[in-house]
Design a protein around this ligand. Sequence first.
Ligand code: CP
Length: 320
Amino acid sequence: MKNFISVSDVPNIDAIIKKALQYKSNPLMDVKLGKGKRLVMVFLNPSMRTRLSTQIAASNLGMESTVFNVNNEGWAIEFEDSVMMNGDSVEHIKDVAPIFGQYFDVLAVRTFPLLKNKNEDYREHCLNQFIKYSGLPVISLESATLHPLQSFSDLITIQETIKPTKKPKVVLTWAPHIKPLPQCVANSFAQWMGAWGKADFVITCPIGYELDKKFSTNAQISHNQIEALKDADFVYAKNWSSYSQYGQMPSVDTQWMVTSEKMKVTNQARIMHCLPVRRNVEIGDDVLDNPTSLITQQAGNRVWAAQTILADILNTNFQP
Ligand code: CP
């Protein structure tokens, strides 16, 4: 692949899951692949797991990695073309991105949505400006609408936990939160589940929180959480703000928190969350601290997801 922006960049999901599990068994098997190559990880927003797992992944491939936290360490970047830069932005992406191209071989970037204007966020302008002006292969570390490395890791986790004899029922449930969050994780998980196609996939959310249909076409949609959770094998809890009333929280029903009482209607489901999680707001302690929780395994698998994508990009773009 040239870039890794969404599941559309992946020709064969089963093949990359298999490769990721090979890296998990033998992390240094391609330690010479990235020798002499440099990765820059540009963060316009905070991160813990994405930053650390991708650095470890690069190291496992023999690559050097540099983290650049734009908001704390760099000059404020302007992303709109043809503007008079007499405000807070100090330099233009047109001037910044080609310099990454001079210093590095692969660029990874995190650009969250502002959640003010749906069209602005959903055109992925910031990410596209990095692609357009850097001239480098680009990996999304979470963009305005998608979080593909997280979804890849989620699918690795499901694959290694699944019972081979049964098509699993996977339920993505909206969960309450104290502030509006992006739709990225939910959009991306729905998109990957649809492309994978090996589960009965249900999305449950309160009325007003339906995702953009283009990401959720292959999902059953339910507004009844308990009905949706019945017989689930995997429950993925996540908050997201409204897509139709863009970036708003039309209602916050705290009854949607995932509790051990609700989990009783499932098929002893494993609980998933991308983290960070608001304990006792999104999911109860009694669920998160239960052995059925997969949250640490999901975060651990971020290394193998990132390593697989980096290796593919190195093979595609740099091998003779
Ligand atoms: N899940 C995830 O992307 O975590 P971070 O925001 O800490 O990177």
